[in-house]
Design a protein around this ligand. Structure first.
Ligand code: E4P
Length: 222
C-alpha cells in the first residue's frame, strides 16, 4: 500500500518524510489555500523536496475543456509525472478520457460511489480516490465502498488502483491496509495515530527502568 500525505505544508511534509516511509503528496484546493501563498510557489517547493515521489494536484474548472487546459498548465509547472486530480463528474469523465488518451496521469477524485469509480477506471484513470470519512458522514460505509471498488477493479482486470482519501481515524486506514488496497492519502495527524501506542511506551519505560537499576541512570548500550 502506498502511503501518501494529504497536506501542502512543507514543514509538515518534511517532518512526515523524516519519520514515515512516504510515497508522495496529494492536495486539494482547500489544502492549498491554507498555505496563503501562490499555489505554484507552494507546489514547486513540494515537488523539489519529494523528488521522485508522486504529486497529485487538483483542477478547479467545472467543464472538461478547462480541466484539460489546467492539466497541461500543472504539468508544465510541476513536471509531466504529476498526477492530475479530476473531479468525477460527467464533465470530469470527458476530461479523464482526453487526458488518459494523451498518456497523462489522472487521479479521479471526489468518489462517493462504486459507479463513479467504475466509470473513471474505464475512462483511463490510474487512481480513483474514494472519500472514506465523508462517505461515513453520509450514513454509508466508506471503508466498505473502497473495498468493493478494489474488488470490482480486480474482477474486471482494470489496472486502476484505489487511492483511499479523507481519513479521520487509524482504524479506517488499518482495515484498508489489511485488505491490500493500492494507496492511501492521509493527513499528518492521522499518520501519527498509525504509530502512537501507549502500550509500546509503557513497555519501553519498564525496559529502561530495569536496565538503569543495574547500570545507572541514562546509561545505554554505548
Ligand atoms: C483527497 O482527494 C481529498 O482531497 C481529501 O482527502 C479530502 O479529505 P477531507 O475529507 O479530510 O477534507
Amino acid at each position: 500500500m502506498k502511503l501518501i500525505i494529504d497536506n501542502a505544508n512543507i514543514n509538515d511534509i518534511r517532518s512526515m518524510y523524516e519519520y514515515f516511509p512516504m510515497d508522495g503528496v496529494t492536495c486539494n484546493p482547500t489544502i492549498l489555500a491554507k498555505e496563503k501563498r501562490p499555489p505554484y510557489e507552494v507546489l514547486k517547493e513540494i515537488r523539489d523536496f519529494i523528488e521522485e515521489g508522486e504529486l497529485h494536484v487538483q483542477v478547479l474548472s467545472d467543464l472538461a475543456d478547462g480541466m484539460v487546459e489546467e492539466a497541461y498548465k500543472i504539468r508544465k509547472e510541476l513536471g509531466d509525472d504529476t498526477f492530475i486530480k479530476i473531479p468525477t463528474t460527467k464533465e470530469g469523465l470527458k476530461a479523464i478520457r482526453i487526458l488518459a488518451a494523451a498518456g497523462i496521469n489522472v487521479t479521479a477524485t471526489a468518489i462517493y460511489t462504486q459507479m463513479q469509480a467504475f466509470l473513471a477506471a474505464k475512462a483511463g484513470a490510474q487512481y480513483v480516490a474514494p472519500y472514506i470519512n465523508r462517505i461515513d458522514n453520509l450514513g454509508s460505509d466508506g471503508v466498505r465502498t473502497a473495498k468493493e471498488i478494489h474488488d470490482m477493479f480486480r474482477n474486471y482486470g482494470f489496472k486502476t488502483e484505489v487511492l483511499a482519501a479523507s481519513f479521520k481515524n487509524s482504524r479506517q486506514v488499518i482495515t484498508l491496509c489489511e485488505y491490500g488496497i493500492g494507496a492511501t492519502t492521509i493527513s499528518p495527524d492521522v499518520l501519527d495515530l498509525l504509530i502512537k501506542n501507549d502500550s509500546v511506551t509503557a513497555a519501553l519505560n519498564v525496559f529502561r527502568k530495569d536496565f538503569e537499576k543495574v547500570c545507572g541512570k541514562g546509561k545505554t548500550m554505548l
